[in-house]
Structure formats: structure tokens, C-alpha cells
Design a protein around this ligand. Structure first.
Ligand code: GTR
Length: 435
């Protein structure tokens, strides 16, 4: 009864607030959701090593040939939707390279990648920093940013790009050029100089370049650009959503990195925070060229177990962000136990590659424990493939990173990307990439 009341109250609120609910609003409404561990209730997770027909997977070959493709298909059909195959050729335009960026520490370059394969077509701008003076191709971190490439650093050489945004007052889409004052706004999440000094390149692209993040944003995004009828597209129940579109864009960034002599595309760690962490996990599952995947506070629809009734729910995410997942995912709003997959299987799709799941203690909306548990329940797949996973079955104390091929930590503090997180990721990447 209480749950019913919570659900209907949430629905009324979500309807009142119409389309997109911002993270801050989500927190404000979080009183409607469960934060009490004793009220999580029982749930049964699907076994990543048992096929739909009941066959038990006993070796790496059967995992690769039978179960992995099956789980991937289930996520495509029921959660993220089906993305198109990559285009035949990569079409891009190089901006000028500045070899004296960041006081000469790095070479900066912007690359315009035409996602629909046509010069002048749907374009995302990849911003790349490569540390100067490396004798060999360097490993890289690739991550999507929220509000524009120019927000990741104060570097005046970064282009401020226009992006489609939602004008809530006028209820219409507008092409807006972010203000100069927003330069460096997210610098705290991107400790560029630290990462470069450790010998890694950094590549980033902004989400709106691939697909603007609001319910009608797809009309100005990649999904419309790749559809024959553009903004008139009627989506099928298993067509891709925005999360998959962002992931697809990240794969195109990797296509480009493969063309560079100074970056080692076989050592690219894909990193994403929150909704972009969901996109990183999905991109890493779909595209096995990504050598490592890092999920920073990705929560519901990312690393957190959907079946755990704690923090954000499937119904809530589908209501607040109807454009993120495929239409089929909404079928599970009222009955998440019917979902044929759960987040531990998303993590298992990354196996045997290193994956890092990070939580924040105060980020209860993302269900930190549920994020840990999905990492833990992915471990049997890593073990089957001959890798050590987490190496612990207990949720570790705060600020105590654990794991070998599956890394995990829960740090003190809020939903964010901090220097502490980066220190853990850099250590993890060093261990796997610099053996
Ligand atoms: C929240 C959303 C989360 C998370 C977050 C973010 O409002 O409910 O799933 O993705 O936004 O991306 O910042």
C-alpha cells in the first residue's frame, strides 16, 4: 500500500514537472524513495552463467559464443535499445594542433567527427590532449562531459560550441552558445594536468554534440541524423535511446583515436559519471575495443542492481528521463523482477577486461551498495575467464579501494567526480596498462 502511494505520488509529481527532472530535484524528492536497508526486500538475480534455455555455462568458449551474445541481446531488447552498426568510414576534420598547450605540457587538438558520415553533417567535436615528450604511443582516458568541452579546463584554446538545449519557459528547443563564463566550470572533475603527468592522453566530447539530453533532444541529435525520416521517426520498442546514442558516439571517438600514432587505442579507458557512466558501461559492453571501463556513480540503469529497492527506481528513471532507454524498458516500471537482466550482467559483458565501479557514500540515490553488489555478482564470469574479480564479498569501508580486475570503492562525499576518484582510477589504469 505504502509502495503504491509512493509510486502514485511520484507519478503525479513527475507529470507536474513534465519532462526532465534535474539531479537536484531528484534529491529533493528522494523522500519518496526507499533509503532503508531493512526495507530493500528479497530479490532473485538472473544467473549470468545460466542461459535462457537452462544450459549452465562451464567454460570461456561457451560464455563467448552462447551466453555473452544472449545477454547482450537482452540488454539491447529490453534496456538500452538497438544501435546501428558503425558506418563504413570515419569522416572527420582536424582542427589546428597546439603543441604548447597547458604551458607546453601537452598538445591539444580538436577533431570534428561527422557521425552521419557526411562532411558538414551531424558533428561532434572531440577534444584531445596528448602529453608532450612521450617516446611511445600513450594510453588514454576517454570520457563524455556534461556541458561542453570548454568546461573541463580553463584553457582558452578550447572552442565553445553551440548546443541544442531545452527552453523550459518557452517549451521549445534552442541552439545556444554557452557563455564564456562557463569555461573551466567542471575543472574539478577533470584534473587534466595530473592525468597528463601520469602519461595518459585525455579525450572528451560533450553529450549534446551527440544527442541533446532532454525528451525532444533526439530531434536534434544523432538518432534523428541517422534515421531516414529524421525528426519524424516513430521509434520501435527496441530502438536505441539517448544512453545508447552517447555510447555509439564514444565508439566513434575510439575509431578516430585508432588513427593516431601518438595514442595507443588498445589502451583506452572509457570513463563516465552518472548518466554518462551508464553510457560508458553500455559502450564498453557493446564495443570490446575499449580496454577498460570506469563507472563513476552511474546508479540506476548503470551499475546499480535494478532489483534492489533502494534509491532511484526503474519507474522513476523512465518517467524523469523518458528518452534515455528503449521503450521496452518501461514495461518493467511496475515489475522489475520480470526484467530478464540486471546490472551485474552488464558488468559481466565487460569481462575479462578491467572494470571499475565507484560509489559515493552520500549518493544514496545511486544506491552505493547496489553498485557494489553488481560488481560482486559479475565476479563468477571474471573467474570463469581466469581473472580475479573483486577479491572480497563484503562491501568495503569508505575510502578503501578493493579488487583486481573488478575495482571498486565507495568514497566519502557526494555524487561527483573527485581527485580521490581519479587517484584510484589512475592507480587501477597503471596496474593494468603499464604492466
Ligand atoms: C539523476 C538521475 C540519475 C543520474 C543523475 C545524473 O537525476 O536520476 O540516474 O543519472 O541524474 O546523471 O547526474
Amino acid at each position: 500500500m505504502k509502495r503504491l502511494f509512493q509510486i502514485s505520488t511520484a507519478l503525479v509529481l513527475a507529470t507536474l514537472m513534465s519532462t526532465t527532472i534535474l539531479p537536484e530535484d531528484a534529491e529533493a524528492q528522494s523522500a519518496l524513495y526507499n533509503y532503508d536497508e531493512s526495507k530493500v526486500g528479497p530479490y532473485t538475480l538472473p544467473d549470468p552463467l545460466v542461459c535462457a534455455d537452462g544450459t549452465k555455462i562451464a567454460d570461456a568458449k561457451a560464455w563467448r559464443e552462447k551466453r555473452r551474445p544472449e545477454i547482450l541481446e537482452l540488454f539491447r531488447t529490453h534496456v538500452y535499445g538497438r544501435s546501428p552498426a558503425k558506418l563504413g568510414k570515419l569522416v572527420h576534420e582536424l582542427g589546428a594542433a597546439d603543441s604548447k598547450a597547458l604551458d607546453g605540457k601537452a598538445t591539444r587538438q580538436e577533431i570534428r567527427i561527422f557521425l552521419d558520415g557526411k562532411k558538414g553533417g551531424h558533428c561532434m567535436t572531440l577534444l584531445l590532449y596528448v602529453p608532450n615528450g612521450a617516446k611511445q604511443p600513450v594510453p588514454a582516458f576517454l570520457g563524455m562531459n556534461f556541458e561542453g568541452n570548454h568546461t573541463i579546463d580553463n584553457d582558452p584554446g578550447i572552442t565553445i560550441t553551440e548546443q541544442w538545449t531545452w527552453d523550459a519557459k518557452e517549451k521549445t528547443s534552442k541552439l545556444v552558445k554557452p557563455n564564456e563564463a562557463t569555461r573551466g566550470k567542471s575543472i574539478g572533475r577533470w584534473p587534466l594536468e595530473v592525468i597528463l603527468a601520469r602519461g595518459y592522453a585525455v579525450a572528451t566530447v560533450t553529450r549534446a554534440d551527440v544527442e541533446p539530453d532532454y525528451a525532444a533532444g533526439w530531434k536534434h541529435g544523432l538518432r534523428a541524423a541517422l534515421s531516414k525520416v529524421g525528426a519524424n521517426t516513430q521509434w520501435k520498442a527496441d530502438d536505441w535511446g539517448a544512453v545508447a546514442a552517447w555510447g555509439w558516439g564514444l565508439s566513434r571517438a575510439l575509431d578516430y583515436l585508432e588513427t593516431r600514432g601518438d595514442v595507443d587505442a588498445k589502451r583506452v579507458a572509457l570513463i563516465g559519471h552518472s548518466r554518462l557512466g551508464k553510457a560508458s558501461l553500455w559502450a564498453g559492453a557493446e564495443d570490446e575495443r575499449f580496454a577498460m571501463v570506469i563507472s563513476n556513480n552511474s546508479g540506476e540503469g548503470g551499475a546499480a542492481l535494478a532489483r534492489r529497492n533502494f534509491g532511484e527506481t526503474v519507474e522513476r528513471i523512465n518517467t524523469s528521463f523518458p528518452h534515455w532507454f528503449c521503450t521496452n524498458f518501461k514495461k518493467y516500471n511496475q515489475d522489475v523482477s520480470a526484467l530478464p537482466v540486471d546490472a551485474h550482467e552488464l558488468i559481466s559483458l565487460i569481462a575479462p577486461r578491467p572494470v571499475y565501479v565507484a560509489s559515493a557514500e552520500e549518493d544514496k540515490w545511486a544506491d552505493p551498495k547496489g553498485e557494489f553488489l553488481s560488481a560482486k555478482h559479475a565476479e563468477p564470469v571474471y573467474q570463469l575467464l581466469g581473472k580475479k574479480g573483486l577479491g572480497t564479498s563484503d562491501w568495503p569501508p569508505v575510502n578503501t579501494p578493493v579488487g583486481e580486475t573488478i575495482g571498486y570503492h565507495v568514497r566519502t562525499g557526494k555524487h561527483d567526480v573527485t581527485d580521490y576518484d581519479w587517484a584510484c582510477y589512475l592507480g587501477f589504469a597503471d596496474r593494468h596498462f603499464k604492466k
